[in-house]
Design a protein around this ligand. Structure first.
Ligand code: FE
Length: 352
């Protein structure tokens, strides 16, 4: 304290009273802000998260510490229990949000800002998780070999596509959500028949990621590949993968009726959040139009709020008509979908 007073006296001698007052206020402000932090656990890659976190710090002065990992963050939060430093969990898809809630590492949040910004179908009814960006699960079709410009998910089971479809593992979270949406619309029995039909139309055993499906369309192994929309943006940016992207057109299934299956990236407030207020601030910042534009642009996704701008590339894909089944209903059907995948031995590939 005494050293500080001494230096104050020295400063007063050097500057006018007014100039000092301004300087002191600015200094104190910076000091107070520097103490404000938030700890984020992110399954999402740094490249997608950094721009928005930097903007948050620039606007609020709240310092963001991030733990990035492709896996194990929920398990880590469980192990840390009440001592977990995590304030906010960010995930690239909805399955992990459901898993986090089931593991008890999230807390319910009531926020008018979030509720006004995010469609009720895209958040947990109790407030345990919220969507931040959207993507559609579409059909990448060979420009050369597929003439039609519209398709339905149901049609993928039509024998006319026999040996022509590529897809990743049926147990992958993206496919589980899609299959859950089929159960939601058509019932379990019809969905099972559909899954068998799709399995028997596969060109190869389910494998790789969404992009490898498009690669295999370009290579002539299949005519259709199932994939998320943002992979088009990713492939176009990658010189090795650009030819894959150039070989296909995107068909938005069921666009002329119930809409295309949409999944999300999102976030959840941690159960023990030591900096709860800052975490809420960050969540609310993430649905501002400014943040939404940065976040959606980073990965070629659709913003979650209605009035944010989509990137030129995403806009060029046309208006997205999204399936209206609430994500919470999809969440409840995930287990059934996963059992169905095993039951029909989807990942073993065609049986006939
Ligand atoms: Fe992905």
């Amino acid at each position: 304290m005494s050293t500080r007073r001494l230096s104050l006296r020295a400063t007063l001698r050097a500057f006018s009273m007014q100039a000092f007052a301004v300087a002191a206020l600015a200094g104190l402000g910076a000091q107070a802000q520097a103490e404000e932090t938030i700890n984020v656990y992110s399954y999402r890659e740094p490249g997608l998260i950094d721009p928005i976190l930097k903007q948050f710090t620039a606007e609020t002065g709240i310092k963001v510490n991030v733990v990035y990992s492709k896996d194990g963050l929920i398990e880590r939060m469980v192990a840390e229990g009440r001592n977990s430093p995590a304030d906010l969990l960010i995930t690239p898809e909805s399955g992990l949000l459901i898993q986090a809630e089931a593991a008890g590492v999230t807390q319910a949040l009531k926020s008018k800002v979030l509720e006004d910004a995010i469609d009720a179908k895209l958040r947990d009814p109790e407030g345990h998780w919220f969507a931040l960006t959207r993507r559609a699960r579409v059909v990448y079709a060979s420009k050369d070999r597929v003439k039609q410009d519209a398709i339905t998910y149901e049609e993928l089971a039509d024998p006319k596509w026999k040996g022509k479809i590529c897809i990743r593992s049926g147990q992958h979270t993206y496919n589980i959500a899609l299959i859950a949406s089929m159960i939601a619309h058509d019932g379990e029995e019809k969905a099972e028949k559909w899954l068998i039909g799709l399995r028997d139309n596969l060109a190869r055993k389910p494998a790789g990621g969404d992009r490898e499906g498009v690669r295999d369309v370009q290579a002539g192994l299949c005519d259709l590949a199932i994939g998320n929309t943002y992979y088009m943006a990713a492939m176009l940016k990658n010189p090795e993968q650009k030819p894959w992207a150039d070989a296909v057109k995107m068909l938005f299934p069921n666009a002329n009726e119930r809409g295309t299956h949409v999944n999300i990236s999102g976030a959840a407030l941690a159960a023990n959040a030591p900096h709860r207020d800052n975490a809420v601030k960050m969540l609310e910042f993430m649905v501002s139009s400014e943040a939404q534009e940065i976040y959606a642009e980073a990965n070629g996704e659709y913003p979650v709020i209605a009035n944010a701008k989509t990137s030129e590339l995403v806009k060029s894909w046309g208006e997205l008509k999204a399936d209206s089944v609430p994500l919470s209903e999809i969440a409840n059907l995930r287990k059934k979908a996963s059992e169905l995948v095993d039951k029909v031995r989807f990942d073993a590939g065609p049986s006939s």
